[in-house]
Design a protein around this ligand. Structure first.
Ligand SMILES: Cc1[nH+]cc(COP(=O)(O)O)c(CN[C@@H](CCC(=O)O)C(=O)O)c1O
Length: 305
């Protein structure tokens, strides 16, 4: 990633991509105490627009608050940095990564007297789980790693260190022939994917795990709104792995993953073993919204210029 060209916003200044570096004694590099966001900008007829920018910035600030990191910029400044990161790099569509991190002023677990830094970068990033899988669907497995316990790491913070759990889970899934992992919480209920929220469809109703042990996904919120406006009943409940086994359909949601159908879980076909009709309908609606083809919910899109 560091050999690209472009500009990165770092602490209020634009820095050449290849010069956007930190000292090896940067605190967050050692301990993972930082927070980040991932969101997408899409090409629309009105121009390139970021999907749910305010919601992502709000979550970034909530995450920093949970981690006791005092944000040195306002929400407006961070929103503008996101817009400029897309515009200044001349991107028609983009994945945007913002991150808040502790500097190299000190070491140790006190994490006090450290400068809080913020960066925003944007680049083109295709289908997170493979373009062909957006239609075909992915194969997932139950991870042998339990989702972070709600009192071990802070699940409502999108915190860097939380992703050790996700990385181990995804690496294990990939190394054993699957596309993604589904992590169970410490009581054995389905929590979420390594980087996505889970939905299942059964008898025409749509279910999703409560976010107790999961990130409060913005795409999850979007799908709940879209589905309800389409007349579907959405039930947030504890979901067991075998409820997923016998579901008619299943899919993951995330800013990177968008809406990715799940065709198989733990070597069991989900429904017909392909993208289900309700998944297909909601996936198409999601892309209509993020690409500005719908007349409603225009508040979800922020033009970058
Ligand atoms: C653990 C987790 N759960 C759910 C979600 C979905 O949240 P939302 O994007 O607000 O709908 C994400 C986003 N995963 C990000 C990380 C991807 C990465 O590789 O990093 C993302 O989708 O940007 C998670 O990381």
């Amino acid at each position: 990633m560091d050999d690209r060209d472009g500009l990165i916003w770092l602490d209020g200044k634009w820095v050449d991509w290849r010069d956007a570096k930190v000292h090896v004694l940067t605190h967050t590099l050692h301990y993972g105490c930082g927070v980040f966001e991932g969101l997408r900008a899409y090409k629309t007829d009105a121009g390139t627009a970021i999907f749910k920018l305010a919601e992502h910035t709000d979550r970034l600030f909530r995450s920093a608050h949970i981690m006791n990191m005092k944000m040195p910029f306002s929400k407006e400044e961070i929103n503008q940095a996101h817009r400029d990161a897309v515009a200044k790099n001349n991107l028609d569509s983009a994945y945007i990564r913002s991150m808040v991190f502790f500097g190299s002023e000190g070491m140790g677990l006190r994490a006090d007297n450290l400068k809080v830094h913020v960066m925003v970068a944007a680049w083109t990033w295709g289908a997170y789980l493979g373009a062909e899988n957006m239609e075909k669907g992915i194969r997932i497995r139950t991870s042998s790693y339990t989702r972070n316990h709600v009192n071990s790491t802070m699940c409502k913070a999108k915190a860097n260190g939380n992703y050790i759990n996700s990385i181990l889970a995804l690496q294990e899934a990939l190394s054993t022939g699957y596309d993604e992992a589904l992590l169970l919480d410490h009581e054995g209920f389905c929590a979420e994917g390594s980087g996505e929220n889970l939905f299942i469809v059964r008898n025409g109703k749509i279910y999703t795990p409560e976010t107790t042990s999961a990130l409060e996904g913005i795409t999850r919120d979007t799908l709940i709104t879209i589905a309800r406006e389409q007349g579907y009943e959405i039930i947030e409940k504890r979901i067991t792995r075998d409820e997923v086994y016998v579901a008619d359909e299943a899919f993951f949601t995330g800013s990177a993953a968008e809406v990715t159908p799940i065709r198989q879980y733990d070597n069991r076909d989900i429904g017909s073993g392909s993208r289900g009709p309700i998944t297909e309908k909601l996936q198409a609606l999601y892309f209509d919204y993020v690409q500005g083809r719908r007349a409603d919910h225009k508040e979800w899109l922020t033009l970058v210029s």
